[in-house]
Design a protein around this ligand. Structure first.
Ligand SMILES: Nc1nc2c(ncn2[C@@H]2O[C@H](COP(=O)(O)OP(=O)(O)OP(=O)(O)O)[C@@H](O)[C@H]2O)c(=O)[nH]1
Length: 184
């Protein structure tokens, strides 16, 4: 895999910038350059307007960040997943590479979103989930990137497989069509 484009989304103040300004990760001994786009949050989440945005078409994967102390930011992530999944461009993909990140884990005394809620959301929407403390623990942020890179790799492989199957179907139909005309 040669690099990936990643869009980071979440409401204000959840810790997006704190967590996500690393530009390379090493996967299987190879350095992968990640292009991160941490765009300002837009209130308009209607699928039509959101999905036309350049950043969504550009993305190979998404990191959706909320703060465990901010219920509204968690609700936004839930809506973002639905919006991303309803994007036409992604129909046919087996899995959209999305990682959900519950940040500010160190502030557990102010927690309003349970870990189970994040885990359940990830399970029901087929995404990956991490709880991290971006400000305190850089290693946890690296885990997020590794998880996402794995997902992007899987997704690219399934697209290739799909293209391969389509190619086989196409050549078989051509052979059968030829036979049909031969026997006329
Ligand atoms: N305690 C704690 N604070 C954090 C953590 N991550 C980020 N913060 C703090 O939260 C505040 C917001 O962090 P940012 O990274 O600027 O948040 P953002 O999501 O980029 O915010 P916008 O730029 O408004 O979109 C800053 O004061 C950070 O220091 C964390 O894991 N724990």
């Amino acid at each position: 895999m040669d690099g990936a484009n990643i869009v980071v989304l979440g409401t204000d103040n959840v810790g997006k910038s704190e967590s996500l300004y690393s530009h390379t990760v090493v996967v299987d001994g190879r350095e992968q350059s990640l292009n991160l786009w941490d765009a300002p949050y837009s209130q308009d989440l209607s699928p039509e307007s959101f999905m036309c945005e350049k950043r969504v078409q550009w993305a190979d994967g998404f990191v959706l960040v909320y703060s465990i102390c901010d219920r509204a930011s968690f609700n936004t992530v839930t809506r973002l997943i639905q919006t991303i999944k309803s994007s036409k461009d992604y129909l046919g993909f087996e899995k959209i590479p999305i990682v959900i990140v519950g940040n500010k884990r160190d502030l557990h005394h102010r927690r309003t979103v349970l870990s189970e809620e994040g885990r359940l959301l990830a399970l029901s929407s087929d995404c990956q989930f991490y709880e991290v403390s971006a400000a305190e623990n850089y290693h946890s942020v690296l885990m997020v990137f590794h998880g996402l890179v794995d997902r992007i790799r899987e997704s690219r492989m399934s697209v290739k497989k799909l293209a391969g199957i389509k190619g086989i179907v196409k050549s078989m139909s051509a052979v059968f069509a030829r036979r049909r005309t031969d026997s006329l």
